[in-house]
Write a protein that binds this ligand. Structure first.
Ligand code: TXA
Ligand code: MG
Length: 352
């Protein structure tokens, strides 16, 4: 029989976090235990970043590959500077402009961090989150907090306390539940350890936003056979159980293809889930899917970003055999949305 830990789920006000709950969470972190907590991007599964044994638990609970380093969360820039070996002027500009917020900076690591955090790399990813609960918890704990997304490996990142509960109930002592996360996609991981700043993972801060402040910004798009620089990017994350296909093209053609696929699937008694924009949803007339999830308006990619993981999780919980998703424009946070959609679809993108 598996010994189950009882997870305490504490509902906490996102804007005025309750002091007693923060103290409880902070002291668990200080004792080397894990705490799931909200950030503006997704929920994090936190451990004291200076405690190698505590960080090792994160890998165990998530079923996370050992070679995938953890992002370290801090409350202020001084703490960030203390964890990195150097603090270049470009890091200063990023911090001034985007922190607190959904940007992780990869810098040469300082001596304080155990190997469990950096998975043996000589760099470390650091960010200051903007969620008031995350910031208050970091201040209270007084230690840097290593935290990956608080999902089981292979599941979409959790954008609500309920998602964390589904994945980690019985595995961790405490979940601070502050409802849904505003951004809903993970932070942008920006490598500042080379000569040109390079996006290793697109996320909540767009390439355009970064270029406004930094000038040229590259994107790490590894060619066939070369591993991405962010070890986490090589895994087929966010994979729903059903077979997922991403459709790109004119609205008319996408809708036509969706209806064709729905009738084909229904003849084989398969359940079909559709993830589409607000603009497309009203035009599915002839063949209705088993699940229709509106991601948001194509005019507002931030809205699509914030709903995406909920939509993917719903397709799983409603046991969709086939998932058809509508592609969106790559501008702004649309790039991060498309990155997650392409991964979830295992790169099955069809141009219609
Ligand atoms: O928004 C976020 O970033 C959330 C919240 C909780 O802060 N965290 C998150 O962590 O998404 P995780 O572990 O799910 O994803 C971290 C990504 C992985 O792809 C990892 O490989 C990459 O960042 N990463 C971390 N440290 C790195 C480093 N030193 N060099 C290259 N990539 C790194
Ligand atoms: Mg993750």
């Amino acid at each position: 029989m598996k010994w189950e830990l009882k997870t305490k789920r504490v509902y906490i006000d996102a804007t005025q976090p309750d002091e007693a709950s923060l103290i409880e969470a902070a002291s668990l972190l200080q004792q080397g235990a894990l705490v799931a907590f909200p950030t503006e991007t997704v929920y994090g599964l936190g451990a004291n970043a200076l405690d190698g044994a505590a960080c090792a638990k994160i890998f165990q609970v998530k079923g996370r590959p050992q070679d995938n380093p953890l992002i370290v969360h801090v409350a202020d820039q001084k703490a960030a500077e203390g964890l990195s070996a150097v603090w270049p002027e470009i890091a200063e500009r990023c911090a001034q402009k985007f922190w607190p917020g959904p940007l992780t900076l990869v810098l040469p690591k300082g001596p304080a961090l155990p190997d469990e955090v950096t998975a043996g790399l000589n760099t470390v990813g650091i960010r200051i989150p903007s969620h008031p609960v995350a910031l208050a918890l970091l201040r209270k704990a007084g230690v840097p907090v290593a935290a990956p997304s608080a999902n089981l490996s292979g599941k979409p990142s959790p954008t609500s306390g309920s998602h964390v509960w589904q994945d980690l109930q019985g595995e961790i002592p405490l979940l601070l539940d502050a409802g849904t996360c505003a951004v809903g996609l993970e932070s942008t991981v920006l490598d500042l350890s080379g000569s040109v700043p390079t996006i290793l993972r697109p996320g909540g801060i767009s390439r355009e936003q970064l270029e406004d402040v930094l000038g040229e910004v590259r994107i790490d798009r590894p060619l066939e056979g070369r591993a991405p620089k962010a070890p986490g990017m090589k895994y087929r994350h966010y994979a729903p159980k059903g077979e997922m296909i991403l459709l790109q093209g004119s609205r008319e053609k996408i809708l036509q293809r969706m209806e064709d696929e729905i009738s084909k699937a229904h003849r084989r008694l398969k359940k079909v889930g559709i993830l589409c924009t607000l603009e497309s949803a009203p035009f599915l007339h002839e063949q209705l899917p088993d699940l229709l999830f509106v991601l948001g308006s194509e005019e507002r990619p931030e809205e699509v970003a914030s709903n995406l993981f909920e939509g993917l999780r719903l397709c799983d919980s409603q046991e969709m055999d086939i998932i058809l998703a509508e592609a969106i424009e790559e501008g702004g946070v649309g790039m991060a949305v498309m990155n997650r959609l392409e991964k979830a679809a295992g790169h099955r993108l069809i141009r219609v």
